[in-house]
Design a protein around this ligand. Structure first.
Ligand code: DI6
Ligand code: FE
Length: 398
């Protein structure tokens, strides 16, 4: 890899809020940022490097989608229609809809079919400047399919110029063959699948769904205890529909993140802060499910809890493949500021994945950059259904 200079830019380093530098330049060597600052102060050693004049455009870190279920079979469009015709979630679930219908479609899908459908969604994220994506299992709910989902996630990183971090989510739902036998499912399927995923290097973290319609804190704790024995970090879908104390459990295990959190109380916020976990906001699910209880954004601010924002791209509660729209929803629905929303898909999103080499623009960080045709970073959250990306750079200029 060679070196190059990006000049005449407005750089949002995202190191602390926007971290905006006007009339700026940055240098890249061997795929890593080597310098950033005022153009007039760019070190002489770079003056003969290939230089691109960005004509005053905004440069941010490439975006990070830190919570997706982007690998899955089938879709839930008919369920969407049924809900609009008045069917309840319970009625849909009883009719074999909901997560269970996606499980059926995912089990029936080949690895190639899973890959093809996921790549179409991944390409939408890349087109908006995303360079890092977290991808969960959780629609197999049997050992083979859970592993097939994670293998597909790993293949995506080879098919596209994107970094993938995987999360094992065997504790996502109880499959039909284990109906009313959640503990047996954890013993017979989830634990062996977790161990196989770890043994095959397929899981970077372990996730769970702690909710009345999914798994209890005790059941999640069994999975987390095994994850810790295997040396895998954890994260958790918690307090999405009720408060079962999931985020507190995640905090006890030093979770990378607790996600959703609409029903989190102040004790839970304090526990998340104490653990240094990231609160991942998922406005796409809140919007799709027409929720009314927003997460406690003001409490997160008051306690100093870092907030990430992600699409939660999944076929049921958040069929969303736009990080920019997730940012807009985080502002409009959750009242986050545009600065918090952009932090949520850069620095805080990297922290939610345990990554310290990306998410900000600083010497030593990976050269993962997004260049935008906007006057101010707030525009990235402001527009709806409009993509102002001029260019995404990962490593080299080419
Ligand atoms: N929370 C959700 O909203 C999704 N999973 C989860 O843990 C639901 C996924 C689906 O409806 O397919
Ligand atoms: Fe999710």
């Amino acid at each position: 890899m060679a070196g190059y200079v990006l000049d005449n830019a407005s750089v949002a380093t995202m190191a602390d809020g926007y971290g905006l530098i006007g009339d700026a330049a940055l240098t890249v060597e061997d795929g890593f940022i080597s310098w950033v600052g005022k153009s007039a102060e760019c070190p002489d050693k770079y003056k003969n490097y290939p230089t691109e004049d960005l004509l005053g455009r905004l440069v941010t870190p490439a975006l990070i989608d830190c919570h997706t279920h982007i690998v899955h079979g089938g879709d839930r469009a008919r369920e969407f229609e049924m809900r609009l015709e008045g069917a309840s979630y319970e009625a849909i679930a009883r009719a074999g809809g909901g997560i269970v219908s996606t499980v059926g479609a995912t089990r029936a899908a080949s690895e190639d079919a899973l890959l093809d459908s996921a790549l179409r969604r991944v390409d939408h994220l890349i087109a908006e400047g995303v360079a890092t994506i977290e991808i969960k299992s959780g629609y197999g709910l049997d050992i083979d399919t859970e592993l097939r989902m994670l293998r597909t996630a790993r293949v995506i990183a080879g098919e596209r110029d994107v970094r993938v971090r995987t999360s094992f989510l065997g504790a996502h739902a109880v499959p039909p063959e284990y109906k009313d036998r959640a503990d047996a499912y954890i013993d017979d399927v989830c634990m062996p699948a977790l161990e196989a995923a770890h043994a095959q290097g397929l899981a970077d973290a372990v996730d769970g769904f702690c909710e009345g319609i999914a798994f209890s804190p005790d059941q999640i704790e069994r999975v987390f205890a095994r994850a810790h024995e295997l040396g895998l970090p954890v994260k958790l879908h918690a307090e999405q529909l009720s408060n079962l104390g999931g985020a507190k459990l995640a905090a006890r295990y030093g979770a990378l993140s607790a996600d959703h959190l609409e029903y989190l109380d102040e004790d839970g916020v304090a526990a998340v802060r104490e653990a240094g976990s990231i609160a991942v906001m998922l406005p796409g699910a809140f919007y799709t499910l027409r929720e009314t209880q927003a997460p406690p954004i003001e409490l997160f601010r008051r306690h100093g809890v870092a907030m990430a924002v992600a699409t939660d791209c999944n076929p049921g509660s958040s069929p969303l493949t736009s990080v920019l729209l997730a940012m807009n929803m985080a502002c409009t629905l959750f009242r986050m500021t545009p600065e918090e929303a952009l932090t949520g898909v850069t620095r805080a999103a990297a922290q939610a994945l345990g990554l310290d080499d990306t998410g900000t623009i600083a010497p030593g960080k990976r050269a993962e950059l997004a260049i935008w045709d906007v006057e101010h970073p707030a525009e990235l959250s402001y527009r709806i259904g409009y993509n102002p990306l001029y260019r995404r750079i990962v490593g080299d200029l080419a």
